[in-house]
Design a protein around this ligand. Structure first.
Ligand SMILES: Cc1cc2nc3c(=O)[nH]c(=O)nc-3n(C[C@H](O)[C@H](O)[C@H](O)COP(=O)(O)O)c2cc1C
Length: 432
């Protein structure tokens, strides 16, 4: 098996090659949380780059619970025409929308009232996060319905499918993790119970979508026996693709860093190699391994050894989307990664390591969405501050408009009020 071989998914969709452009949060929605012309430009370029599959940045299922400012939100107030224009622009390559709820990993400036499986300590990063409260069972059931409803909406708009984000410490990942899920009801305890929400979402999404739609799931690398059991249940629930990544905000392994902000070292470019190999050996569903791949040799080795059926690549394609096709065709042997490193005291690196790891590339995505070339000289610290402090400022300024769209303040879309329809606010839409 090689990178340029097509990959047929269980739902029947055929990927033209085995390079997956990984999800990268864009934060370029308009202030109501709708997709904007900037998404159309960015994803037309991603598709033109020639990967076999494109996964969008995380799209939120609840406007009261964003991961960061200017996330796209899909709910009853969403502009479907904007979603359709986005899907049309991306149509050159199969494109799936990643659906997510951030859970406890949202700063207090984005959301002062985060939710989690269990009430718990705030994310320990510089006091920027608030303590979370535990979701009530009716809220969990409502969330299950929301993920499914959003999947139906985006596929209806023309996307090829969805990826359910159950990695990186966000809400569905935190249900799976006994450190953040200490519930004693049907949603906590054994792995089966911790996985109940995720498996339920996948089962219902598969049932609600047309036969040819893709249902993928992004998972964390974890104890192999647990990952294999989970993968088996997700396959039974109808998943078409299982993506393996890992880490969370406090331990950002997904961008190759440990808790102190130092680079992870290992035998392979991807820190999640062994987990993907264990999962691939145990389930029939194709596995995508994402994180760290930069060289042709390592990609070829992973595919030839059956460690994964496809490889996911993020950061290099944020800078140069055209590298995807060139790498697949064998015109280049490396995916360079021109991101600067953060220097300075260890405490600063631990605090801002993840923000720099993603922030520098987030700025490149934002530039590309405006039709600009990459800013290769962008300093690491400036990118880290934009990703953190810049996001907090944007959030504080824009949250009222986003929530006003839902007819109310905090809590309008989660909790009992979510089930009592409120009238959308009329008027002021930003011109496109
Ligand atoms: C700017 C940026 C934004 C990201 N946003 C998301 C996201 O929305 N959803 C997700 O699952 N992973 C996200 N990631 C993680 C990537 O999907 C991927 O797992 C990670 O970058 C490792 O792959 P790479 O080494 O090829 O970059 C993001 C990474 C970056 C750099």
């Amino acid at each position: 098996m090689t990178l340029s071989d097509p990959l047929r998914l269980p739902c029947g969709v055929e990927l033209p090659n085995r390079l997956v452009r990984a999800a990268m949060t864009e934060s370029i929605a308009d202030r109501h949380g709708d997709a904007s012309p900037r998404h159309e430009r960015l994803y037309a370029a991603a598709a033109a780059g020639g990967p076999g599959l494109v996964i969008t940045g995380n799209v939120m299922v609840d406007r009261a619970h964003l991961e960061r400012a200017r996330n796209v939100v899909v709910d009853r107030w969403t502009d479907d025409a904007a979603l359709r224009r986005w899907a049309d622009a991306a149509a050159g390559v199969p494109t799936i929308v990643q659906l997510s709820h951030p859970g406890r990993q949202t700063t207090r400036y984005v959301n002062p009232h985060p939710v989690a499986p269990s009430a718990g300590p705030a994310v320990a990063l510089g006091g920027a996060y608030a303590r979370s409260r535990a979701l009530e069972v009716p809220e969990i059931e409502e969330l299950r319905r929301r993920f499914v409803a959003v999947a139906v909406r985006v596929v209806g708009a023309g996307f090829v499918g969805v990826e359910i984000h159950a990695a990186h410490g966000y809400l569905l990942s935190s249900f799976l993790d006994p450190a953040t899920n200490r519930r004693t009801d049907a949603y906590g305890g054994s792995l089966r119970d911790r996985a109940r929400l995720l498996c339920g979402i996948v089962t219902d999404t598969r049932a609600a979508l047309p036969d040819g739609a893709v249902v993928a799931v992004k998972l964390d690398s974890r104890d192999d026996a647990e990952l294999v059991a989970l993968g088996g249940w997700l396959a039974d629930a109808g998943a078409d693709l299982l993506e393996v990544s890992g880490g969370n905000y406090e331990r950002p392994a997904m961008v190759g860093l440990d808790a102190s902000g130092a680079e992870l070292a290992g035998e392979h470019e991807s820190p999640f190699w062994n987990s993907a190999a264990a999962l691939s050996a145990a389930v029939d569903v194709p596995v995508v391994l994402t994180g760290g791949f930069r060289s042709r040799t390592e990609v070829d080795r992973a595919l030839a050894a059956g460690v994964c059926a496809a490889v996911g690549v993020g950061r290099p394609l944020a800078v140069r989307p055209e590298l995807a096709g060139r790498f697949v065709r064998g015109e280049v042997d490396t995916l360079d990664r021109p991101a600067p490193r953060l220097g300075g005291p260890a405490a600063v690196r631990a605090l801002l390591g993840a923000a720099v790891g993603a922030g520098w590339h987030r700025v490149q995505l934002a530039r590309a969405s405006r039709g600009r070339g990459p800013a290769l000289r962008l300093p690491a610290l400036a990118a880290g501050l934009d990703y953190s402090v810049g996001d907090w400022v944007r959030s504080l300024v824009e949250r009222p408009a986003r929530l006003r769209r839902a007819g109310g303040a905090e809590g309008a879309t989660t909790g009992p009020a979510a089930r009592a329809p409120t009238r959308p606010a009329r008027g002021s839409r930003r011109a496109r």
